[in-house]
Design a protein around this ligand. Sequence first.
Ligand SMILES: C[S@@+](CC[C@H](N)C(=O)[O-])C[C@H]1O[C@@H](n2cnc3c(N)ncnc32)[C@H](O)[C@@H]1O
Length: 149
Amino acid sequence: MLEQLPNSCKTVLDIGCGTGEFSRLLATQVEEVLAIDLSPKTIEIAKQHSVDFLNIDFQVADVLHWVLPSEKFNAIVSIATLHYLPVQKLLPNWKAALKSGGRLIILDLCKHEALQDLLSDSIAVPLNYLLDSFTSTTSLYQLVEWRKS
Ligand SMILES: C[S@@+](CC[C@H](N)C(=O)[O-])C[C@H]1O[C@@H](n2cnc3c(N)ncnc32)[C@H](O)[C@@H]1O
């Protein structure tokens, strides 16, 4: 995921940050991370684990209703959160929140919509397992990258 960040990436929004594990990784690479999550308890834990990361701003927010600042972020990232949400409806907001050349980077679960999806997963699962023995990344999720024009 970090490799997908655009060049000269300074400001990143992490949607559904959970306890902030990836937010902390991001914070080692970029100047500023805004990390939001619906759950106050989770954000509290994220803050406790991130006292050394002065460049992360953890906020309790529901991305469905939160008004994003416009043209603020070089990247918006989200891991394992968007399968809960109506992504199509939210895309225009996220596009407006990205700076020119910004990226939306999503790692999430995909729904099977056709037999073909099921078949490709039947191949992907053992293939992922095999690839994992050669690399350190786990990817039963699908990586989607979208660049703002
Ligand atoms: C499966 S966890 C993933 C957490 C983190 N991204 C990770 O990979 O460890 C999904 C997170 O999304 C958050 N979430 C769900 N709906 C949300 C919403 N509408 N707005 C913000 N966060 C949301 C949940 O509270 C939860 O912490």
